[in-house]
Ligand binder design. Structure first.
Ligand SMILES: [Zn+2]
Ligand SMILES: [Zn+2]
Length: 256
């Protein structure tokens, strides 16, 4: 039993082959998946796939990459998060890779998401890219640990992993951990305590080895988990067990 803690099932590459994708999940023992929202304009697609399938959950949020889109306030996020399949707030965070001027609107939007998550007692799905120091600073200032959550698709240093864990957050590893040049990320995989580790695909992006470069899908979280198991010198069964337990502990509104 495996859970894909972060994917984008509503994106055209995946939703256009919905049945095949769900069948592949079942064949690979991937019992549940969390479909993460990236903007409010496409939220109906996220909620739709979660409504159609009991084992698919959803989040509500606006990704920091999206500059031109509906800007939610706390009340709007809370209203949307009341949907019965919504188990998290996000994805949110900071991304200075695509926005190198480190715009203030990203930090303001991130703070709004953290405040909403604390008010509705749902965990945060946090995205950070080229912005770790500011991400951690905003998390600390807003006391994001009250809501808790996950640093998704983690690609940062051991230091950032340590700081995130100290704030009470989980670390989710993607297919990047299987890439040949990702030795430092495999070090992170060994470092994260067993009770704070999650796995994800972030599909349709970032397919793990041996599918690197192809369209990713939730079924492939099995290969992510295998790469994590190899890095830690543990079995796939063990990684599956701990990451599944962790998923349902963190996303407490998700019913197994
Ligand atoms: Zn992300
Ligand atoms: Zn994502």
């Amino acid at each position: 039993m495996l859970v894909d803690s972060h994917c984008h099932l509503d994106f055209p590459d995946l939703i256009n082959q919905e049945e095949a994708m769900l069948a592949a999940m079942a064949e690979n023992g991937v019992t549940h998946a969390l479909c993460a929202a990236v903007k409010l304009e496409t939220l109906p697609g996220v909620l739709g796939v979660a409504e159609r399938h009991p084992h698919i959950y959803a989040s509500v949020g606006v990704h920091p990459d999206n500059a031109e889109c509906e800007e939610p306030d706390e009340a709007r996020l809370l209203e949307l998060a009341a949907h019965p399949k919504v188990v998290a707030i996000g994805e949110t965070g900071l991304d200075y890779y695509w926005h190198k001027d480190a715009p203030e609107w990203q930090r303001a939007r991130f703070r709004t998401h953290i405040r909403a998550a604390k008010r509705c007692a749902k965990p945060l799905i946090i995205h950070t890219r080229d912005s770790a120091a500011d991400t951690l600073r905003v998390m600390a200032e807003e006391e994001a640990g009250v809501a808790g959550g996950v640093m998704h698709c983690f690609t940062e240093s051991l230091e950032v992993a340590r700081a995130s864990l100290e704030l009470g957050f989980y670390i989710s590893l993607s297919g990047i951990v299987s890439f040949k040049n990702a030795a430092s990320l495999r070090e992170v995989a060994r470092y994260v305590p067993a009770d704070r580790l999650l796995v994800e695909t972030d599909s349709p992006y970032l397919a793990p080895v041996p599918f690197r470069g192809k369209t990713n899908q939730p079924a492939y979280v099995r290969h992510v988990a295998q790469a994590v198991a190899d890095a830690r010198g543990e079995t796939l069964a063990h990684i599956a067990e701990i990451t599944t337990t962790n998923f349902f502990r963190l996303f407490k509104d998700a019913r197994p």
